[in-house]
Write a protein that binds this ligand. Sequence first.
Ligand code: MTE
Ligand code: HPA
Ligand code: MOS
Length: 777
Amino acid sequence: MNTRANASELDTAQPAVGSSHFHESARAQVAGAVSYIDDIPEIKGTLYAAPILSNVAHGTLDSVDASAALAMPGVRDVVLSKDIPGDKILAAFAHDEPVFAIDTVQFVGQVIGLVIAETVMQARRAARAVKLEITPLPAILTVADALNAQNYVLPPVHVRRGDAAAALGSAKHRLQGSFEVGGQEHFYLEGQIAYALPLEQKQWWIYSSTQHPGEVQHWVSHALGLENNAVRVECRRMGGGFGGKETQAGHLAVWAAVAANKTGKPVKLRLDRDEDFMVTGKRHPFAYEYDVSFDDTGRITGLQLQLAANCGFSADLSGPVADRAVFHSDNAYFLEDVDIASFRCKTNTQSHTAFRGFGGPQGVIVIESIMGDIARALNKDALDVRMRNLYGIDERNVTHYQMKVEDNILHALLPQLEATSNYRKRQQAVADWNAGNAVIKRGLAITPVKFGISFTATLFNQAGALVHVYTDGSVQVNHGGTEMGQGLHTKVAQIVADELGVPFERVIVTASDTSKIPNASATAASAGTDLNGRAAQFAARNIRDNLASYVCGLDAVGAGAVQFADGKIITPKRTRDWNDVVKEAYANRIQLWSDGFYRTPKIHYDKTTLTGRPFYYFAYGAACTEVAIDTLTGESRVLAVDILHDVGRSINPAIDKGQIEGGFVQGMGWLTTEQLVWNDNGLLTTHAPSTYKIPATGDIPQHLKVDFWHEANREDNVGGSKAVGEPPFMLAISVYEAMRDAIAAARKGVGVDEQEPVTLSAPATAENVLRALGKLS
Ligand code: MTE
Ligand code: HPA
Ligand code: MOS
């Protein structure tokens, strides 16, 4: 079936950048005509793996008896740590995770080995028949216990400026508080999967649903004891990643490859949904303690803040995640005398990992929560308190990590949203409603977002691309980024199309492949288009330059006089068809393909002191959210959301709007219904959609309006755009603040001091809302 759109069905007017082209595979996806890893035709002899999981949170692994499993129908082999030919420890940066559990287990769900069988179901059944003898050891399951025991995956980090203790001591107003926010399961629709194919001469081809093919390549070669060049990793697309496939797709690839190495057969490993929940890490749950002082106007004068991240049993990406939380615990606000302590707590749970926002949301929510508490303490409007604390333009504009905020647009963006959302009138309407309704209480809040764009590890901010022009004039692009639904390939195709002046439909983006672009960074930190879009643009520019000098020679004009647009190449003397020039240029031995390389300018950062300019620029936005809570049942509903978000000059408005809506709704899920519950034995009891509730269509607010900020990126970024993947996630903190506003309204007149902080643990489930109302302990 031809599922690519016809040129006539689309808006093909130049330029492609700035128009809402369909996602490059949208039509094929809805027609079921694209392939995910599990759809790839299998090689004859392919075997299937299922994981053997620890059922104890912490213990010594005394024995693994696979005899019953091996006797079951179709079972071919069992693969354990001893079968790993290379390093038995994963090549993750902290080198603190065994590939398969060796002599201890560290969480319920840890993979001890694999059963290999002729069908998936045979493997899964047999994996359950493997008998484990584990002697339990004391397990640490909560952040509080980890903090008490000083049980960390990485050492604590402190960032200080000024003298917070002195500021607190001399303050007129002071508040203390503590609360927790939960983790979040990624719930990508396509679960984790890898398919490992042994090739000739100890070479490998790995299909992996991964955000980071390069890291999968490194991990697999390390475990197999091979050089990187022996392993090729390919990923055409993921059915969602959301950070969950930044590192943890690599585990599956290594497991499948070890099994394929032992059996000599291709091996596919696909976790079912319950296993995926049990095995893989999630967003880091956080616990906070703060002590803040402020003046009569609500301006913060001093802040001591403790952020404790539940990292699970290993470091994984916890270092940079916790760093990003520290970098975002100012959100949009100037903190003069501040002392932040960040603890990276080790618990006997899954190893928590990247998740949209990468610690940013866990930083932003604490300062936004403090803003709400200050407003209540002073009986002021919370938006006024937020405005009062914003970073200044010419002063009060240096972050606690010593980066000057040069592109602050919130002084204009927030008032614009205040006006378009009718905030002041609606505050009055909410107050009127609350005065007249005893049971259902409403709340309203505007919260801003300022999110730093770039990998904080400066070295990752590089990218490569290859652009090929074939003799028929069609164009193929390959770059180091991966497609997970966010529209990266579409945007890159748009950028290349414009650079060459050809219609979007002439450009195809091919699968991410470590043999095409080496050493590519993860597609993460929202920087996919910034990095790969620019690299592809530079590659296309080289080809364009080659063609321009060729036609200049023909027409005897200067190279600057040549234009590429609408499938034509135009000089002051003649207009030629792109296809004709390409054909002729080929015949004249002109190079029709090129590489491109980009590295982000201006950034630098000292990771021991967490100071410098870690971010190239900031992406901004704000949301106004209205909620209602039922004070008898604790149930809640998000009624209306108005968003004003900054994507710079949008490369694809439809895709950007989708990212903003999707990010918001995913954030709303994190803060309202998505609750992870580990029982006292460390077993995750919420491990399927039956017990873990992500937002459904019925949860989408009736009114959900998204507007774009009008201005281009002030830094020189591709097409004048800004990154959009993660920043909108944090707009959902307005839901949490609106919920706390409604809870505060419910406390009025029931004997609670109205000026006290509202302590609401996230997610704001019915139970947690009732707890915040003092109706449940
Ligand atoms: N959008 C979809 N549809 N699926 C995803 O998995 N991941 C998010 C975001 N948007 C994701 C998504 C995350 S965590 C990041 S970092 C960015 O996309 C990565 O892609 P980008 O850098 O190309 O925006
Ligand atoms: N964001 C996302 N992923 C990352 C980062 C980051 O800042 N650093 C390392 N991996
Ligand atoms: Mo996104 S959490 O940086 O993969």
